[in-house]
Design a protein around this ligand. Structure first.
Ligand code: FES
Ligand code: FES
Length: 174
């Protein structure tokens, strides 16, 4: 049996150049986890449904399970491992700690990368927009209130608590 064909691939990952040869079917997620030991990026559904695999490609968030590594040839990839500057956490990482924004932590690398990408996009101006634009990242532990607070804190969006627990009248039985 002949060996499967491999193709040359160059990626800059967390500031470091990687020159590799990969098969055509290798996803970016599997390349990161299985070949480069960057296991901070998580595999949840492997079908573009949960956001656990979110990384940044040229600063934009992407589900790494849904793209072939070869499709990103020449691009700059940032994973959760590349966000801190030495011992100094990225402000979004610190905000997740400060706001109790995780429980088991499995979704957290994807949540943080997605949040950094969200801020790069510059689209979110309200708590409701943060909720909508982060909706591709699922948290099975239900840490959403803390996640929203952390993202809003870094984005400079005021009063996240008020939106997290809105007062809805006439819903409590007498
Ligand atoms: S593992 Fe990629 S979206 Fe769930
Ligand atoms: S913290 Fe457990 S899945 Fe989000």
């Amino acid at each position: 049996m002949t060996a499967p064909e491999r193709y040359r691939l160059t990626l800059r990952i967390n500031g470091q150049q990687h020159d590799m040869e990969v098969e055509a079917w290798v996803t970016l997620l599997d390349l990161l986890r299985e070949r480069l030991d960057l296991t901070g990026t998580k595999k949840g559904c492997d079908h573009g449904q949960c956001g656990a695999c979110t990384v940044l490609v040229d600063g934009k968030r992407i589900n790494s399970c849904m793209t072939l590594a070869l499709m990103q040839n020449g691009r700059e990839i940032t994973t959760i491992e590349g966000l801190a500057e030495g011992n100094a956490l990225h402000p979004m990482q610190q905000a997740f700690i400060d706001n109790d924004a995780f429980q088991c932590g499995y979704c957290t690398p994807g949540q943080i990368c997605s949040a950094v990408g969200l801020i790069n996009e510059g689209q979110a101006r309200t708590v409701a927009e943060v909720r909508e634009l982060m909706s591709g990242n699922v948290c099975r532990c239900g840490a959403y209130p803390g996640i929203r607070k952390a993202v809003c804190a870094v984005a400079g969006i005021a009063d996240p608590d008020n939106a997290v627990r809105p007062v809805v009248t006439a819903t409590v039985p007498a």
